[in-house]
Design a protein around this ligand. Structure first.
Ligand code: CU
Length: 66
């Protein structure tokens, strides 16, 4: 399970865009997005860096929560 802080995710449209980006890396990933907390939680066997790159490519700034 990875949690990314995405502070420039501000509305439902951002949530949809990021969810699509995550599913593009792993269609079987379980994605939970908390807009209030600006958190994107991903359960997947793919590496965190792949999701970070996809979220960046979608135009956002992900920071992997330690
Ligand atoms: Cu938005």
């Amino acid at each position: 399970m990875y949690t990314f802080d995405v502070n420039d995710m501000t509305c439902g449209h951002c949530v949809q865009t990021i969810e699509t980006a995550v599913k593009g890396v792993d269609g079987a990933a379980a994605v939970t997005i908390d807009l209030t907390d600006h958190a994107v939680k991903i359960a997947s066997a793919e590496p965190a860096s792949s999701f970070a790159d996809a979220i960046k490519d979608a135009g956002y700034t992900p920071q992997l929560r330690a």
